[in-house]
Design a protein around this ligand. Structure first.
Ligand code: NDP
Length: 300
């Protein structure tokens, strides 16, 4: 059997960013306000700093207004909530991204609840979570959904076309990836099985998958012989492991070399799902701006 076709998330994300830039230009051409994204980072976590910087930079590159709010670690919950209230009321801002995790003295649920659902471009507000959980099959996404699973569903639709009737097995049930991925695939008429750390016979269930989405955070966990020949495998995992040269390298949750021999389509790590997350954040921000301007939002 031929090796799996690699799913080019990097290339798809570049195309999506280009479409977002065109969409921003279209809004500007109508003399409407420039779409704006506010990023909020509390504390100095190095990984979070890198993520926030890349999000703010990408927004600016695509022609959006970008507002970067860096707050010290000792910021109180009340101060953060006051900033969010200001951003909610600010007409120049379409999207608010609060970088997680927040310091322990701040109640994350309270903060996510405080973001205006119309500006919740991460799709974490309980109203948007509920909208996704209760969406009808095939209904338009006229609200923001979490960026990484949105990217997963876009990549699958791109390589497979219709997903209707396919059996999707999701490994991982986090609110960030697994659950919303399952709901998006259900909306696309897949038959969905959600699995987690207490699942019995995980390899057996994975072998039944036409589509296998893995998001657990364990390097090379899913083996080649867990994969149905020809299946589409989307590896969301990002794990840093020691490389042969002494430097660290990134690997996914799926044993790549083994999966390559069995799967029909496979995302590499890096260069698969990873680049889709920021691109989808930009897409969500553009959609929020379009909705605010009363323009029809393009279907995801
Ligand atoms: P979480 O730690 O929040 O969730 C992990 C999930 O995996 C849980 O549901 C857990 O089950 C399940 N799990 C853990 N061990 C096993 C096991 N042995 N068998 C079956 N299920 C298991 O992680 P996230 O969802 O936030 O992230 C998952 C991975 O995706 C990470 O590597 C992360 O870095 C990556 N990621 C990548 C992104 C990107 O942009 N590409 C964005 C977000 C995440 P249980 O609920 O039972 O504990």
């Amino acid at each position: 059997m031929a090796d799996a076709k690699l799913i080019d998330g990097k290339g798809f994300a570049a195309g999506l960013r280009q479409r977002v830039a065109l969409g921003v230009g279209e809004i500007m051409g109508k003399d409407l306000p420039r779409p704006g994204l506010a990023t909020v980072l509390v504390g100095g976590d190095p990984a979070s700093q890198v993520y926030v910087k890349s999000k703010a930079k990408t927004a600016a590159e695509l022609g959006m207004a970008s507002f970067d709010h860096r707050l010290p670690e000792e910021t109180t919950e009340a101060e953060l909530l006051a900033l969010i209230a200001r951003l909610n009321a600010d007409p120049t801002i379409d999207g608010i991204l609060v970088q997680l995790p927040l310091p322990r003295h701040i109640d994350t649920a309270k903060v996510l609840l405080a973001v205006d659902p119309a500006k919740d471009v991460d799709g974490f507000h309980p109203l948007n979570v509920g909208r996704l959980a209760s969406i009808a099959p095939g209904a338009p996404l006229d609200f923001s959904v979490p960026c990484t699973p949105l990217g997963v569903s876009m990549l699958l639709a791109d390589v497979l076309g219709s997903l209707s009737g396919r059996h999707a097995v999701i490994v991982g049930r986090s609110n960030l990836v697994g659950r919303p991925a399952a709901q998006l695939l259900l909306r696309a008429d897949c038959t969905v099985t959600i699995t987690h750390s207490r699942t019995r016979d995980l390899p057996g269930l994975c072998r039944e998958a036409d589509i296998l989405v893995v998001a657990i955070g364990k390097p090379d966990f899913v083996r080649g012989d867990w994969i149905k020949p020809g299946a589409a495998v989307v590896d969301v995992g990002i794990n840093r492991v020691p490389g042969a040269d002494g430097k660290s390298r990134l690997v996914g949750d799926v044993a790549f070399d083994e999966a390559l021999k069995v799967a029909g389509h496979l995302t590499p790590v890096p260069g698969g799902v990873g680049p889709m997350t920021v691109a989808c954040l930009m897409f969500n921000t553009l959609q929020a701006a379009r909705r605010r301007a009363g323009l029809t939002s393009a279907a995801a």
